[in-house]
Every structure is written in structure tokens, then in C-alpha cells.
Unconditional design. Structure first.
Length: 137
């Protein structure tokens, strides 16, 4: 299996299409996409989890063969603006650094949780030492 990091090459753009359901993901895969992003709801539904707001709290990470549930991080949240963007950015950064999917999702989960402890989409984005400290708790 090709690792996410190896998909990044100098002079080559990596386009990461987004699919919300398994059928769309398979169609994108058949067209030759080397990697596909999807929503947690799409992954959950494809694995038989109930839909809507009854999804388990936290993160569902799936490599297509197995799904791992990662517990939500407890923080004193004040504003969720930008938390999803923070999660995606942190996950992609950790994947590009060579982390496995579950390890990257755990890190991104903590980063996104910390991003809710301040106001706005940019100012509360945590630095790596802050994320590491939360993961050690």
C-alpha cells in the first residue's frame, strides 16, 4: 500500500478529492485518484454505524479495511470555528510526516479540541508542544 507521504513529490500536485459515500469513493478510485478524503459520516454509514447525530463522539478513522474509534478530547470549548479545518490540516501534516492513519487522527483530534479553547479560526490553532501535552493527559 502506498503511503500518503510518498504521494507528495517535488513538482507534482496531489489532488485529494472528497467523497461522502462509499460509492463515490469507489468511482473516484476507479478514475485513478491515488488518495481520497471522506467524511466521518460517510465512513460510518459504510461500516453500519447509525447516521445523524447518533454517531459516536470522537473520531472514526478507517483505512478501508478496518475502522478505529478515537475518543473525543475533553477541553473547555468556547468556539468551534475552524476546528474542522484544524483537524484536517493537522491530520494531513502528520500523514505527510510519516505517521500512520490512526496516529495522525489521534494527533488531529487533540489539535482540533485545543482549537476550540479560544475564539476565531486562526488564533487558537495549537502548536505541537501543546498538542503533545494534551495527548499525554
Amino acid at each position: 500500500m502506498t503511503t500518503f507521504r510518498s504521494l507528495h513529490a517535488p513538482g507534482r500536485v496531489l489532488l485529494l478529492p472528497n467523497a461522502w459515500d462509499a460509492g463515490s469513493a469507489r468511482l473516484i478510485e476507479a478514475r485513478g485518484a491515488p488518495a481520497i478524503a471522506t467524511t466521518s459520516a460517510g465512513l460510518a454509514w459504510s461500516r453500519g454505524y447509525p447516521d445523524g447525530d447518533r454517531l459516536p463522539q470522537g473520531v472514526l478513522a478507517s483505512d478501508g479495511a478496518a475502522m478505529t474509534r478515537i475518543e473525543g478530547m475533553k477541553v473547555e470549548a468556547v468556539d468551534a470555528t475552524g476546528a474542522g479545518d484544524c483537524f484536517c490540516g493537522a491530520a494531513l501534516a502528520r500523514l505527510a510526516a510519516g505517521d500512520g492513519l490512526v496516529e495522525a487522527a489521534r494527533y488531529a483530534n487533540a489539535a482540533a479540541a485545543l482549537a476550540t479553547t479560544g475564539y476565531g479560526a486562526v488564533a487558537p490553532i495549537p502548536r505541537p508542544p501543546e498538542v503533545a501535552a494534551l495527548l499525554r493527559r
